[in-house]
Design a protein around this ligand. Structure first.
Ligand code: BES
Ligand code: MN
Ligand code: ZN
Length: 458
């Protein structure tokens, strides 16, 4: 990791002074520092770093602006320091208000995707601020980095075979069990929709099933959409919409990141990770608009649009997970463009009928600085994806409420789980933020880790 949290501050460590906007004069810093700040018009602007030098011209410290903190609080703002400080040893002159998130922000802010030759971020050793848990911050950062790396890797190196390898690596790291059902075996084992969506691709469609933890512990099941690339299928996407579709396995990537956090913390749960992994490709054997699929659950599904493929593979995967009546079932998916229209790329919606779970998630979202917003499973819209020939269609035709319709479609495949929530994530950050550069992004999993670890404490 380019940023390393160190338990102790070294002798030559330099201080970062956190300055709220307009508070410089009350900071108690020596007069030369104050005039240097004034000469540079530094007033504590949000996210701004101003380096300080000693008389020999060596960097001796830094000021970091916290802004006026009016736009909600930004606990991970100090993460920007990972990319503005020169390399070497640093510490906070005084612990930040939210030491836990500041420490995690520093780790996350130091991420770079280096597999294709880009330079890593500079090496910074930062003394762990008082009040932060180093092992926990590292667990969370590893989970986030796993999700980012999986999403950032283009499909030529992250097809279904490679996602399976990544899942086996993750399982191997934690002593988990993996089973994979692939290709025509999906038909024999009754996963018709996963097979239909993925059968036209060069790499076989598959269902990856990871199990970890004591069999009698509370069952937590994570399901992630693993569409390694979404061309749209025969209802092909235009070039501009297809460009980013290597990230359509973002649900699977996020779920793997979350699984790492749970297993590394050794939480007392029986964890299950179910990943339907396919490429939505075009070939002579591709599934077609108007095809009718008989799902694992028994519902017949008319394909109104081959680009609404995520809900098809998730339908079979959720039905499978639901069969053993988990205590908590979570699915994550880059499911709809409509969720982005509603809330934008940085605020993923979740859907659940479980009021206690919704409340826990909203609270955890604030505490973990991991934005989430609840949207409704609005039953009056449930008739909108009806079919004249099958039980249901995979799309509605009026174009309204696309994220809700997709969530209601998924709900048809869940019934026995004691609690279920669906997360429609973007899995991508279009711009740099303090705690991470533009590119593949973990969303909702730090909030979920809080909920799961609070419900099932180690
Ligand atoms: N993977 C896409 C959804 C998506 C698109 C997520 C862009 C993030 C950014 C999904 O498979 C899809 O194509 N959904 C369609 C559904 C439509 C055909 C009902 C969509 O959202 O346009
Ligand atoms: Mn699609
Ligand atoms: Zn998709």
């Amino acid at each position: 990791m380019p940023v390393k949290l160190t338990p102790e501050r070294s002798a030559n460590s330099r201080p970062v002074h956190l300055i709220a906007k307009g508070s410089l004069d009350r900071s108690g810093l020596p007069a030369p520092v104050l005039s240097w700040a004034k000469a540079n018009s530094f007033t504590g602007e949000e996210g701004r770093t101003l380096l300080l030098a000693d008389p020999e011209g060596n960097v001796s410290g830094a000021l970091f602006g916290l802004g006026d903190q009016s736009g909600g609080h930004l606990p991970m703002l100090p993460g920007a320091l990972a990319r503005t400080l020169p390399e070497g040893d640093w510490h906070f002159a005084a612990p930040p208000a939210d030491a836990e998130n500041a420490a995690l922000g520093l780790l996350l802010g130091g991420y770079a995707f280096t597999a294709y030759g880009r330079k890593p971020q500079r090496d910074i050793r930062f003394a762990l601020p008082e009040g932060a848990d180093r092992a926990r911050a590292e667990r969370l950062a590893e989970g986030v980095f796993l999700a980012r790396d999986l999403i950032n890797t283009p499909t030529n190196d992250m097809g279904p075979d490679d996602v399976e390898t990544a899942a086996r690596n993750l399982a191997g790291q934690h002593g988990a069990d993996v089973q994979v059902i692939a290709g025509d075996e999906l038909l024999a084992r009754n996963f018709p929709m996963i097979h239909a969506v993925g059968r036209a691709a060069a790499q076989a469609p598959r269902l990856i099933d990871i199990r970890w933890g004591a069999p009698q512990a509370p069952k937590v099941t994570l399901v992630g959409k693993g569409v390694c690339f979404d061309t749209g299928g025969l209802d092909i996407k235009p070039a501009s919409s297809m460009l980013l579709m290597k990230k359509d396995m973002g649900g699977a990537a996020n779920v793997m990141g979350l699984a790492h956090m749970v297993m590394a913390a050794k939480l007392p749960v029986r964890l299950r990770v179910i990943l339907p992994v396919v490429e939505n490709s075009i070939a002579g054997n591709a599934f077609r608009p108007s095809d009718i699929l008989r799902s694992r659950k028994g519902l017949t599904v008319e394909v109104g649009n081959t680009d609404a493929e995520g809900r098809l593979i998730l339908g079979d995967a959720l039905a499978y997970g639901d069969e053993e009546e988990p205590d908590l079932m979570i699915d994550m998916a880059t499911l709809t463009g409509a969720a982005r229209v509603a809330l934008g790329p940085d605020l993923p919606p979740f859907f659940t009928d479980d009021e206690a779970l919704a409340a826990d998630l909203m609270q955890a979202s604030v505490a973990a600085a991991d934005p989430l917003w609840r949207m409704p499973l609005w039953m009056p819209y449930d008739g909108k994806y009806s079919s004249k020939v099958a039980d249901i269609n995979n799309v509605n035709t009026d174009g309204f409420a696309g994220a809700i319709i997709a969530a209601l479609f998924l709900k048809r495949f869940v019934g026995k789980a004691k609690a279920w929530a669906h997360f429609d994530v973007f899995g991508w950050s279009p711009s740099d933020r303090p705690h991470g550069i533009a590119g593949g992004e973990a969303q909702a999993i730090r909030a979920l880790e809080q909920v799961i670890s609070a419900r099932y404490p180690a």
